[in-house]
Design a protein around this ligand. Structure first.
Ligand code: HEM
Ligand SMILES: *[C@@H]1O[C@H](CO)[C@@H](O)[C@H](O)[C@H]1NC(C)=O
Ligand SMILES: *[C@@H]1O[C@H](CO)[C@@H](O)[C@H](O)[C@H]1NC(C)=O
Length: 501
């Protein structure tokens, strides 16, 4: 066979390259400006690498440069269109062709790990939004009881000595334990094997997603059925869950829809939906872990941010503690009491604004071609989101936006008619850590209540501070994720005996 000449190879490359280039020019996405590097085929990898490392700065740059319009950044294996400005955020959250569930399915490739039914039939969303939220009153004393047992186990030392504590570790332990009490009840919420699966589940999903990003779509199904961290964890949790599921199913068989002492937990509500659908125990476990995935790291990282903020601004600790103690003295540890703690609420709202857990939210995927109000054309299949951090640091949205001011929102709430508008759980086009609109995070009422309970209980029972000379450790930005530093320690000191009532 004849060896092709250099000219022939060059001609072939030129034609092939030209073809790719023309195809790209015809792609409607090429008209949306790219921030962070080139968008032409082959070179867009540079934009991906840039976004992995400099996501925060790129999103802020794009947000400012394209105010009232859109730009795009490069994720691992697709483009993400970012809308900048309140009007577009409002449009994105309202457009029916833009779907959150499909975005989540796409970004985590859940059909390969959690099964095809999870987001198509998302019955866990009303469970979280309605049933879980309605039961916060009865859940709170249980959360407090769980904390009073778990805290001394996490923070050793009974004396009045300062002990050095890995903040991330303690936060994960407390949140997993408290959440599990309300998700699966006793005694499973104290089973270390179960707690480890519940906590690690988020990383399982992330690991599987990374594995899948390295292969074409047709390989994902076989590879994931052969090796998947998610599926392995689901399988390991089945022997722990099965006896409880069997027992609950027997009660449902005997008594029907309701009976005295019917458990009020996520597992039961999932079973209420799963039994009529004849879903297997494996599917029940998957749904439960999907809730763990949505709930645990989000809440834990938010608690870590708040603890670091109190370390960085210790002057806020005593006023918040005074408020907690005076309310608990009257209301006890109740949901009513917790909801009166407006300084604590303000601290969490501000901590989430200044730090938060994601640079983007109001994430959606176009189910059909969509033209936005500024003329941006999103072809079917395009992913779109708002720039959360940039929105929260916009001087037009918040006065002295870059300054951490723990009581900014509790002061605003003192104005007439502003009582609920600036609460932690309240979303708007300017405040989007939980997204916004009909699909805003359904778990935010639970999250707010639980994080407040943990923080209030900690502040009443412990003094906390950074080690001398240490300041707030920098956040870590990886693509769209904001992670609080996971290795920093703080000093904790017990204040008297554990205060339960
Ligand atoms: C501080 C903690 C949390 C933060 C910051 C947070 C944030 C978010 C965000 C940004 C979304 C997407 C909404 C959008 O982009 O429009 C979301 C969705 C969701 N969150 Fe949360 N979340 C938190 C805690 C929780 C908890 C504790 C649960 C469960 C108990 C939960 C369950 C969910 C679910 C199921 C969805 C998907 C909703 C749907 O498919 O319509 N989240 N969350
Ligand atoms: C602190 O705890 C986190 C979460 O458990 C862990 O990932 C990290 O390695 C720990 N850091 C140190 C220094 O022990
Ligand atoms: C329910 O599922 C089981 C196995 O998954 C199957 O054997 C059974 O026939 C199903 N029952 C109904 C009523 O669909």
């Amino acid at each position: 066979m004849e060896i092709p000449s250099l000219n022939a190879i060059l001609a072939f490359l030129a034609v092939g390259g030209g073809f790719l280039f023309i195809r790209w020019r015809l792609n409607p996405l090429s008209r949306i400006p790219t921030v962070g590097g080139p968008s032409i085929p082959g070179l867009s990898i540079l934009s991906t690498v840039n976004f992995l490392r400099n996501s925060k700065d790129l999103l802020v740059q794009g947000y400012e440069k394209y105010q009232g319009s859109t730009f795009k950044v490069a994720l691992l294996d697709q483009w993400l269109v970012i809308v900048s400005g309140s009007e577009l955020v409002d449009e994105v959250r309202k457009r029916p062709e833009l779907s959150l569930a499909t975005f989540l399915e796409d970004i985590f490739q859940m059909k390969h790990t959690l099964g095809p039914d999870a987001l198509g039939d998302n019955f866990h969303v009303p469970i979280i939004r309605d049933q879980l939220t309605r039961s916060l009153g009865s859940a709170l004393p249980e959360v407090i009881e769980e904390l009073s047992i778990a805290l001394p186990q996490c923070i050793p030392g009974t004396s009045s000595d300062w002990v050095s504590v890995n903040v991330s570790h303690v936060s994960q332990k407390l949140i997993t334990r408290a959440s599990s009490r309300i998700f699966v009840g006793q005694p499973l919420c104290r089973n270390e094997d179960y707690l480890k699966i519940a906590l690690d589940f988020t990383m399982d999903v992330v690991n599987d997603r990374l594995t899948m990003s390295k292969m074409p779509d047709f390989l994902r199904t076989p590879v994931m059925s052969w090796t998947s961290s998610t599926r392995r964890s689901v399988a390991r949790s089945i022997p722990l869950l099965k006896p409880i599921i069997d027992q609950r199913k027997a009660l449902m068989e005997e008594y029907g829809a309701d009976w005295t002492d019917k458990p009020k937990d996520v597992l039961q509500w999932v079973l209420d939906e799963a039994v009529p659908r004849n879903l297997s125990d494996e599917r029940v476990a998957m749904r439960l872990h999907l809730v763990n995935f949505a709930a645990i790291h989000t809440s834990s990282n938010s608690l870590v941010h708040a603890l670091y903020d109190l370390g960085a601004f210790p002057e806020y600790i005593q006023p918040i503690r005074d408020e907690i103690e005076s309310i608990v003295a009257v209301d006890g540890w109740t949901k009513e009491g917790i909801s009166k703690m407006s300084k604590l609420d303000s601290l969490l709202r501000e901590s989430q604004r200044i730090h938060g857990i994601s640079l983007i939210s109001v994430t959606r995927k176009a189910m059909a071609d969509v033209t936005l109000r500024d003329g941006t054309f999103l072809p079917k299949g395009t992913c779109v989101a708002a720039a959360t951090w940039a929105t929260h640091y916009d001087e037009g949205n918040f006065e002295k936006a870059a300054a951490f001011d723990a009581f900014r929102f509790s002061r605003m709430r003192e104005a007439p008619g502003q009582g609920t508008k600036h609460q932690f759980v309240h979303t708007s086009v300017e405040y989007i850590p939980f997204g916004h609109g009909a699909h805003a995070c359904p778990g935010r009422f639970f999250a707010s209540n639980e994080i407040k309970a943990v923080l209030a209980f900690l502040l009443v029972n412990y003094d906390i501070q950074f080690e001398p000379g240490q300041s707030r450790p920098d956040n870590i930005f990886i693509a769209e994720n904001i992670l609080p530093n996971h290795d920093a320690k703080m000093l904790f000191r017990r204040r008297g005996t554990l205060e339960l009532h």
